[in-house]
Design a binder for this molecule. Structure first.
Ligand SMILES: Cc1ncc(COP(=O)(O)O)c(C=O)c1O
Length: 374
């Protein structure tokens, strides 16, 4: 782990003046793959930081990966580059500003899903998920009971942040039927798609289900979470419907810049030569997940959910009977994300993307805090 203090790191600066272990924002402490780091050094040493344009070879690797990893065939012209996923979520809402009556999303959810509709003067309809056998699931009964209007937008997070679900083909097909029957559109944020931790599961892009659903879906993807490159802002949307794509591009006009040259080049390097690193990462995260899950499960009044994907663990701390579990653990020296920001008070989110020793230290601190409680 590189020393991140004093490096303008959002994650580490938050607690720079206190002894709190930062396990909040979705940013990992690991170095990016070695060849990506080497390339960044080489580019920097050239000393020129002018505007970027997407190299043809990045299109090629994105298209090739999509086919090999996800059995999803995409064309070059369907790809729209973005400097970040959150701006993609907001642009998607802007596209539907006039035509939709609401934006539906499953809660708990990554906070920008809750704020983006409002920034486009759209109502956000929260559809709480249900827990079945220790896993969150989409509540189809609830979904079917809702009133929707033709042209409404559904914002899907798949794999899901914060509950860590890699949705199954059955669930996706049920959702797909709902979308088609109700004549809705989808923005599917798939930023965590290369981080499937659970053996035997695979990511299925929502738009890959069939041509009809592809026609009404904006898919958002990026190498940023997988290879720890979020600071280089290189993401993309895949929109096969030309009308929808043009609307998306129009909504971006004059507001959203292209990714930086460094972002394009490092994204390509990571996709081309980061696979071995990614495989090692998954193994490491899986062990971190299992360690955190078994340790936290043993604490009374607190229920962790083991993520099938992502390096984020969702934790139900309501059983502790504490008004604010977030500040309770912060006072104990562990900085987690507050579930309230995701739509669920009394919950927490723990970032497993750190060294094992740091995770163990954080868990020890949590356990010590428990002793004070009892
Ligand atoms: C589901 C999801 N979407 C988007 C983002 C942020 O993407 P970006 O930094 O590219 O805006 C995150 C980061 O945690 C995320 O988990």
């Amino acid at each position: 782990m590189p020393n991140r203090t004093g490096t303008s790191s959002l994650k580490w600066e938050k607690y720079s003046s206190s002894d709190v272990i930062p396990l909040w924002v979705a940013d990992m402490d690991f170095k990016s793959p070695p060849s990506v780091v080497d390339l960044a050094v080489e580019i920097s040493s050239r000393g020129n930081f002018g505007y970027g344009v997407c190299p043809e070879s990045l299109y090629e690797i994105v298209i090739q990966r999509s086919s090999v990893y996800y059995d999803w065939s995409i064309d070059k012209q369907t790809i729209v580059w973005l400097p970040g996923m959150v701006c993609g979520l907001n642009i998607a809402c802007k596209v539907f500003q006039q035509s939709a009556s609401q934006v539906l999303t499953n809660t708990p959810i990554y906070p920008p899903f809750l704020t983006a509709p409002g920034y486009s003067q759209l109502k956000c309809t929260r559809v709480p998920m249900v827990v079945v056998e220790n896993q969150y699931e989409i509540d189809f009964e609830k979904l079917l009971s809702l009133e929707t209007k033709s042209g409404d937008l559904f914002m899907l997070c798949h794999p899901h942040n914060p509950v860590g679900r890699c949705f199954s083909q059955d669930e996706l097909l049920r959702l797909c039927n709902f979308i088609l029957e109700r004549d809705l559109f989808v923005c599917s944020d798939e930023i965590h798609c290369d981080l499937i931790l659970e053996k035997g599961l695979r990511h299925i892009p929502f738009a890959s289900l069939n041509g009809e659903i592809a026609d009404r879906t904006i898919t958002l993807m990026a190498p940023s979470k997988t290879f720890n490159l979020p600071g280089f802002g290189c993401s993309y949307a895949v929109i096969s419907n030309i009308k929808l794509r043009n609307k998306f591009k129009n909504a971006m006009r004059g507001i959203v810049p292209d990714p930086p040259a460094m972002g394009f080049l490092l994204a390509e390097e990571a996709y081309r030569n980061g696979e071995q690193w990614r495989i090692e990462l998954i193994k490491y995260l899986r062990t971190n997940r299992d360690l955190a899950f078994s340790e936290i499960s043993s604490l009374p009044g607190i229920t962790p959910y083991s993520p099938q994907a992502t390096y984020l663990m969702w934790v139900d701390a309501r059983g502790l009977g504490i008004e604010n579990p977030h500040s309770f653990f912060e006072d104990a020296g562990v900085g987690l994300s507050n579930g309230a920001d995701f739509g669920n008070c009394g919950f927490l989110r723990l970032n497993l993307g750190c060294t094992r020793s740091l995770l163990e230290k954080a868990i020890e601190r949590m356990k010590t805090a428990f002793l004070r409680l009892s």
